[in-house]
Design a protein. Structure first.
Length: 104
């Protein structure tokens, strides 16, 4: 509080850049290689099934933006979403996670 008033900090995120009230910018952390690989796998499996992103969205029950972010490697799906993706894409876990080896 300053002089009896509450002060709040506001952060605006735009295009991956975070702008704070005090004009300091920070970049979102870069995507990890495993998320990127999973995203490429989802996109390839979707194409193999002749599904558009919109078709996948309808069948999985998530937003178009979410699928775009998964395929871009920005988001990692929750376990329930992974189960639905696997069912819709009719693939096994090895196909979904191909190339996503365990880190040491």
């Amino acid at each position: 509080m300053i002089k009896g008033k509450w002060v709040t900090k506001q952060i605006l995120v735009f295009g991956g850049w975070a702008f704070r009230e005090d004009s300091v910018m920070s970049r979102k952390p870069e995507s990890c290689p495993h998320r990127k690989r999973l995203g490429r796998n989802v996109a390839a499996l979707r194409a193999r099934r002749d599904l558009t992103q919109e078709g996948l969205v309808e069948k999985v029950g998530v937003s178009a933006r979410y699928i775009q972010n998964v395929e871009a490697g920005d988001n990692f799906p929750s376990l329930p979403t992974l189960v639905r993706l696997r069912a819709v894409l009719r693939c096994d876990w090895n196909e979904l996670f191909a190339g996503c080896d365990k880190c040491d």
